[in-house]
Design a binder for this molecule. Structure first.
Ligand SMILES: Nc1ncnc2c1ncn2[C@@H]1O[C@H](COP(=O)(O)OP(=O)(O)O)[C@@H](O)[C@H]1O
Ligand SMILES: [Mg+2]
Length: 221
């Protein structure tokens, strides 16, 4: 009952022109609720693709994926997107903030779209928790990389998702900011009891997770 995610013989192939490349090969994986997992592996090994599959942003070519015992591989795009919105927060290497929205507005938008009460108040509470009280009304362009990533994390977790997916969340940051972001992330999942699956090249960050998964040539080692 403690299972959060289950992947059964999952394959992902990309078609480019006439070529069919096999990116993920027979992936089997079971993760538990509240578990923190890091995914490591060389560039091009399929880490981002795996995150995309788990987040329902990409469809498996074959195999089954279950999220909270529901088989998402047989759902429509709309249903998958509903599940994702409520249960999965995704953090990318690039921050993808809306440039003409302030920090508060960037976070509040997600809450607004999901019909939360007091989106602005909620957004401010989250940003304050991440040490950004003095940045509420700044636009992304007026923020440092580390600050932008903190806003992006606040946005990703605003819905209190059961699962947080992060694809090289510190990939664009200097050491100091990387440390701050990793502390924020791990403190948050501990406090909220969320699960984290994170791709990273940073060994220190990877070692903070309870479990480390290595991918090589599209296979879990
Ligand atoms: N949309 C796509 N179309 C075709 N090939 C892709 C696409 N996305 C990724 N790939 C290929 O899949 C492989 C794995 O990519 P990716 O999952 O991004 O690896 P990683 O995140 O480990 O660097 C790479 O060879 C990459 O070129
Ligand atoms: Mg990648």
């Amino acid at each position: 009952m403690n299972t959060l995610l289950k992947l059964k013989k999952v394959n992902l192939k990309y078609q480019t022109g006439k070529k069919n490349i096999s990116v993920l090969k027979d992936i089997n994986l079971i993760t538990k609720k509240k578990e923190s997992i890091s995914i490591v592996g060389e560039s091009g090994s399929g880490k981002t693709s795996l995150i995309m599959l788990i987040g329902g942003l990409e469809r498996a070519t074959s195999g089954k994926i279950f999220f909270q015992n529901q088989e998402i591989t047989k759902l429509s795009e709309d249903s998958i997107s509903e599940i994702r919105k409520k249960n999965i927060g995704i953090i990318f290497q690039s921050f993808y903030l809306i440039p003409n929205y302030t920090a508060v507005e960037n976070v509040a938008l997600t809450l607004e779209l999901n019909k939360f009460k007091n989106p602005e108040k909620e957004a401010k509470m989250l940003l304050e928790r991440f040490g950004l009280k003095h940045r509420f009304n700044n636009l992304p362009g007026q923020l440092s990389g580390g600050e932008q990533q903190r806003v992006a994390i606040a946005r990703a977790i605003a819905m209190k998702p059961e699962l947080i997916l992060a694809d090289e969340p510190t990939g664009n940051l200097d050491t100091e900011n990387s440390i701050m972001i990793s502390e924020i992330l791990f403190k948050y999942i501990k406090e909220e009891g969320s699960s984290l699956i994170m791709v990273t090249h940073d060994q220190k960050l990877a070692n903070k997770a309870k479990r480390k998964i290595k991918i090589k040539d599209g296979k879990i080692k």
